[in-house]
Structures are given as C-alpha cells and as structure tokens.
Design a protein around this ligand. Structure first.
Ligand SMILES: Cc1cc2nc3c(=O)[nH]c(=O)nc-3n(C[C@H](O)[C@H](O)[C@H](O)COP(=O)(O)OP(=O)(O)OC[C@H]3O[C@@H](n4cnc5c(N)ncnc54)[C@H](O)[C@@H]3O)c2cc1C
Length: 452
C-alpha cells in the first residue's frame, strides 16, 4: 500500500464533557441516558442525522421478537424505549404472533425526546475519526463534520459504535470473525401498494414456522422452536430461482416480513441476507449497498409475481444504510462464551440479565422456557485502554455468544451498564476498570435494572 504523511496541525476543541458516548444505537442511547441520569455531564455523538442506530438507520423494528409467554425478560431502559415508542406510535405486533414492533421512523423522534429529557448534549452529523490518548488513558476524540476537524475532550468515553471503532483507534486488542463465517448483511426495504387483507389471508392458509427457515437462513434449533409461527417467506423465491427469474445461485433472497399498515405498506422487509461482506471494510460496504439494492428490486418483482396481495406492490424505501450484524469485537477483561449463553451463566459482576435467545451462525434458540443468563461487567472493559468502556454488539465474547449479545435489548443492557459505570467511576475518582461492583449494582438496581 502507498502512504503519505499527514502534517501535524492544531485542532480546535469543540467541547469538553464528563462522559462522551459515541454511537446512538440501542447501546449508545441507553449508555448516554443512564449516565446522565446519574447526574454527570453527558454528550452523545452520532455520525448520521438521527439517533437510534440500526433501528432508525437500517429500519430494524423487531426489537423483542424473542419474547414468548415463558420468557424471563430484562428490566431496565430497553423496556422503557419500547414503552415510549408505543406511547407515541401505538402498539403494533406481527400478525399471527404477539411480538411487538417499533415504528422505526417515529423512533427517530422518540430518541430525540429521550435525549432532550435526559439533558444530554446531542451532536448529530459528526463522525469520530480518532481518539486522543495520554499513555493508555483515553482523553477524548477527534471528529470530522461540516464544521471541520474538531476535538472533544472527555473524562470517560463509551464506544457504542457497533464496530468498536474507538477501541480499535485506541490500539485495544480486538478480533473479527473470518469474513467467510460472518453473519450476512442486509438492505432492508419496504413496499407500498400491498393488499394487506389478501396477503394475510394467504399467510393464514400457508403459515410458515421456524422449520421453514432454509437457504441462507438455515438454522439448527433445539426442536421446541420448530413449529412456532414465523413471518417467513422462502417458497416464492425458490420458485423464482427455478423459473429463472432470479439466478439460481442467488440464495441471498428470502426472509421475513413484519409490520403491515392499513395504508397498504409492508415495512421492515428483511429479505436480503448476503454473505461475504465485512461491514468494517469500506469497499465491502459499497458493494453491499449496491448489490443489496439490486437484490431488493429483484425481490419486489418476485413478490409481485408470486405472493398474493403483492401484485401491485411498489418499492417504498430502502434502509438509510446497509445493515451489518457482525464486525469487530473487543478483547475484554472477560470474554463471554457459547457455554455461558447456553448454560444460564451467573457472574458476580452482573450488570443485567438476558433471556436465552441465540440467533446467528446457523443457531436459533428461543427463550420459551424462562432460562436466562447474566451479563458481566467484564465484557465492557477493554484490555489496555483506561477509561474507555465498550457497549453494544462489539462487547467481548466468542462467536456464538455474539448471537445473543448482539440483540438490541441485550445492547441496551450493556449500554446501561456502561453508562452507569462511567458515571460512577467519575464520581468515585477511579478508572473504569476499578469500579466498585457493589456500588455499580446498587445504582443499576435504582435505575430499574434486573440483575439476578
Ligand atoms: C438487518 C438486521 C436485522 C436485525 N434484526 C434484529 C432483530 O430482529 N432483533 C434484534 O434484537 N436485533 C436485530 N439485529 C441486530 C441489531 O440491530 C444490532 O446488533 C444492534 O442494533 C446493535 O446495537 P449497537 O447499539 O451496538 O449498534 P448500532 O445499532 O449499529 O448503532 C451504532 C451507532 O453508532 C454510530 N457510529 C458508528 N461509528 C461511528 C463513528 N465513528 N462516529 C460516530 N458515530 C458512529 C452509527 O451511525 C450508529 O448509529 C439486526 C441487525 C440487522 C443488520
């Protein structure tokens, strides 16, 4: 590779804050709100024009599809997000099952409200491109925006970028699943002009279950999941492959539908699942966006031809950005394991619980039995860098544990844990690696988190 030298230059300090959260997905939002509720000055920086991460930018609405009658669920800020969203846009669920869905457009506004009520300093359209270190201690970040290159100084920093950007920029050790084993990427899309009653009539006569998940969605269950309803469509795409409407090798088309509206919209269509793209590689991201949109347009043609109710469907919109599920995870003080998430792990440094829900790498376990594991603080604490905490899908763990930890509600658990820990470490004058676990747990309980 060819290199050039950047000239040293002075950069204006745009802001100083006690806690800085970078990234505003389920993890970052939870982190910023819970830090601020602990009474510390908090700033939330986001590269796009809305808060919400995958919810608002990709259009992922199924925040709690894991929830069944027997599920032991989390308590804390994630549930509050759902309640606030429902208060503004009404409760919506997938027909034939009871899992609640978010109105992802309205969630942009919900997030604005939450951020403002918590008295957080918001910064949108601002991309963090580097970190400022003194030795191994993080002291702030360098940003790029329409205002130019600017620094933000902070006493504690939370990396909720999804991709562990700040940890990596700071030289913290991390690992990445090999590209050929990574979870697929998705261009989400929506359709308008759908005859919802006709479509639901068709689904009622031909209900799909998790047994039907094939192609790129092929999974191993524990058996108890197999006969449960799933809003899944595969057959029309198989037919289209046989009929030459889509190339036979294009197995990436097929997947789930979710929110249907009285206005004839099918929103949050998660029907493109492409392997072989690394969401932390700009070239793969470019290819993924273009290939994904192409496949979504093909998928709509197939829906129009083979799926009752979609005859007059048109493209509504594409997700604002390619949805990536799997990039870098940090090496933390503790690395969560497949054994932990499958065996109801218990930890002395628990910052919350999450039901036994695994979705990824060919495994699907639904928490229908009440089993759950505890989430330890150690997976948020990166090796080597002080006063940086990591929350969300890039916390420390092995491949299969990621299939559980990446769930949006689990990201709110690690986010809330990080936010409260950052605030507490500041108040107690200790580094984030030395937070008093008893005090952290007491503060989390006070914020409504279920720890055991
Ligand atoms: C298509 C798809 C479907 C999914 N379906 C489900 C589902 O049904 N249920 C479920 O629970 N999970 C689902 N997931 C997984 C889930 O959406 C993610 O794992 C989760 O959103 C991760 O949350 P996060 O807060 O860690 O990161 P994200 O939601 O990715 O948020 C990260 C935020 O950080 C910002 N950011 C990143 N880098 C920078 C930077 N350098 N500077 C400034 N800002 C930055 C981003 O813009 C983004 O807003 C799905 C994922 C995809 C892609």
């Amino acid at each position: 590779m060819k290199y050039i030298q950047e000239s040293p230059r002075s950069i204006p300090v745009m802001a100083e804050t006690e806690v800085l959260v970078v990234g505003s997905g389920p993890a970052g939002l939870a982190a910023a709100i819970s830090a601020s509720r602990e009474g510390v000055e908090t700033m939330l920086v986001e590269q796009y024009g809305c808060f919400g991460g995958n919810i608002t930018q990709v259009g992922v609405n199924s925040i709690a599809w894991y929830r069944y009658e027997g599920t032991t669920d989390v308590e804390g800020i994630g549930i509050e997000f759902e309640q606030r969203a429902q208060a503004l846009s009404g409760k919506q669920s997938t027909p034939f099952e009871s899992s609640d869905l978010l109105d992802t457009e309205m969630f942009k506004y919900v997030a604005d409200q939450l951020v403002q009520e918590a008295n957080i300093t918001p910064l949108l359209h601002c991309y963090v491109v580097d970190t400022i270190l003194e030795g191994d201690t993080i002291k702030g970040v360098i940003t790029e925006s329409k205002s130019g290159r600017r620094a933000i100084l902070a006493e504690r920093v939370i990396d909720a970028s999804g991709d562990a950007d700040l940890a990596v920029l700071s030289g913290a050790p991390y690992h990445k699943t090999p590209k050929d084993e990574m979870l697929g990427v998705t261009v989400m899309f929506s359709c308008s002009g759908v005859n919802i009653n006709r479509f639901l009539g068709h689904v009622g006569e031909n209900p799909a279950t998790f047994k039907d998940w094939t192609g790129n969605w092929n999974i191993k269950t524990t058996g108890k999941e197999d006969d449960l309803f799933s809003p899944y469509l595969q057959e029309p795409f198989d037919k289209a492959r046989q009929d030459g409407m889509i190339p036979p090798e294009m197995t990436s088309i097929g997947g789930t539908w979710s929110r249907l509206t009285d206005a004839g919209e099918a929103l949050g269509l998660n029907m493109i699942y492409m392997f072989g793209y690394d969401g932390s590689d700009v070239h793969d991201l470019t290819r993924g966006e273009i290939d994904g949109r192409h496949q979504a347009v093909l998928a709509i043609e197939v829906l129009r031809k083979y799926v009752p109710g979609f005859e007059d469907a048109r493209l509504g919109h594409f997700g604002m950005k390619l949805g990536t599920r799997d990039t870098r995870v940090i090496k933390g003080r503790y690395a969560m394991t497949e054994y932990d998430v499958r065996n109801q792990a218990r930890f002395e440094d628990s910052i919350g619980i999450f039901p036994e829900f695994l979705d990824g790498y060919g495994v699907l376990v639904l928490p229908t039995t009440g089993r759950y594991f505890q989430v330890p603080y150690g997976i948020l604490v990166p090796e080597k860098v002080e006063n940086l905490l990591v929350a969300g899908r890039c916390v420390s763990g092995d491949k299969l544990s990621h299939a559980a930890l990446r769930s949006m509600i689990c990201c709110t658990v690690t986010g809330q844990g990080a936010g409260v820990a950052a605030a507490l470490s500041l108040k107690d004058g200790v580094n984030t690696g030395e937070v008093d676990i008893n005090r952290l747990q007491t503060a989390l309980k006070k914020q409504g988190v279920r720890l055991e």
